[in-house]
Design a protein around this ligand. Sequence first.
Ligand SMILES: Nc1ncnc2c1ncn2[C@@H]1O[C@H](COP(=O)(O)OP(=O)(O)O)[C@@H](O)[C@H]1O
Ligand SMILES: [Mg+2]
Length: 166
Amino acid sequence: MTTETPSEITIELNNEIRTQQLGRALGAVAQPGLVVALVGNLGAGKTRFVQAAAEGLDIPREAVNSPTFVLIHEYEGRLPVYHFDTYRLGDIDEFLELGADEYMSGDGVCFIEWADRMEEVLPRDRLSIAFEITGELTRRVTLASGGRVSQSVLNALDQHRSESQS
Ligand SMILES: Nc1ncnc2c1ncn2[C@@H]1O[C@H](COP(=O)(O)OP(=O)(O)O)[C@@H](O)[C@H]1O
Ligand SMILES: [Mg+2]
């Protein structure tokens, strides 16, 4: 039986392994042109999630670091991956000066940490992932799609999860 995936799903992650599994699963189903907008407080797990997603895109884990001092990291995996940390950026203009528009409209996969700061220039079709810290080792994530590519990826992720649970 298949049930339709809604445009928003909430998942409780009871430990870091769960976060890694979800990240890897997203990497495995990511499609060209996907923009992933990550929001959540410092230490919520955004970078951990991106590292796992990169693994799912066949990029070695060691290659991916928290880009706090580098504003954009590029990795070559199954698809090109661009990882932005906008925490250090002064404003939206600085984000655009990095070429954000070109990256986001290209055929790679973009991960943008602190995406709420750049919301006005993000494409509508993006997968928004909000992290909430619910305990020392637990997180709640809400994934929401905004268009065709992000919904297709969310569907595939949901499918992937229900298969691995059964
Ligand atoms: N369930 C969990 N998912 C993700 N990280 C967790 C979890 N539980 C504990 N942590 C810890 O929280 C921290 C998350 O750090 P990081 O991914 O760099 O956060 P952010 O990029 O959101 O600032 C890490 O130290 C990690 O070990
Ligand atoms: Mg981070």
